[in-house]
Design a protein around this ligand. Structure first.
Ligand code: HEM
Length: 151
């Protein structure tokens, strides 16, 4: 038994589910009409995205280095790198929605009658939908790599 591996695995799972929750919440919220209160909520939720993602990287790298299987198990496995690539793409896709949420929230605070421009909302919806779809691939790669597929 290895407590470090267990603790890292627990943190990794809790953080990963938190990130799934954040993406899920954003996915649902942007489908509604975006009132000033909803925009504030979106900004609040989105602020946690970066923090959770950073913690996932720390816990994930911790699992690679201190996990039971040893780092060699992962670095030569293309499923592992596919998982990393999917995670990086999800992170990159989240940038535009973050920038838009902040800008809309700022404009809604400055002028109470502010309406989110339809074209901008449509593009953010596409970004978040794509982000959520690619996120679903990550546990698929994770499960495969953990079982030795990908060499
Ligand atoms: C820098 C980012 C990440 C790194 C370095 C990383 C690394 C790892 C490592 C080393 C394991 C252990 C696999 C094993 O038992 O051999 C693991 C498991 C897992 N990871 Fe990640 N991970 C990262 C991000 C994520 C993300 C964003 C998700 C989101 C879904 C995720 C989902 C999982 C799942 C579900 C498992 C359990 C797989 C299983 O045992 O079936 N990981 N990860």
């Amino acid at each position: 038994m290895d407590t470090t591996d267990l603790v890292l695995a627990i943190f990794h799972h809790l953080l990963v589910f938190s990130l799934a929750g954040i993406i899920g919440a954003e996915f649902v919220l942007i489908r509604s009409d975006l009132s000033a209160a909803t925009l504030k909520r979106l900004v609040g939720i989105d602020r946690h995205y970066g923090i959770i993602a950073m913690l996932i990287i720390v816990a994930g790298i911790g699992r690679v280095i201190y996990g039971l299987k040893g780092w060699e198990f992962y670095v030569y496995n293309w499923m592992f790198w596919a998982k990393m690539a999917a995670f990086a793409i999800v992170g990159l896709l989240s940038i535009i929605p973050t920038v838009r949420f902040l800008s809309w929230n700022r404009q809604a605070s400055a002028s109470p009658g502010f309406q989110v421009p339809a074209a901008e909302l449509a593009s953010v919806r596409t970004y978040v939908r794509t982000e959520a779809s690619i996120f679903l691939l990550i546990p698929v790669f994770a499960a495969a790599m953990a079982r030795g597929y990908g060499y």
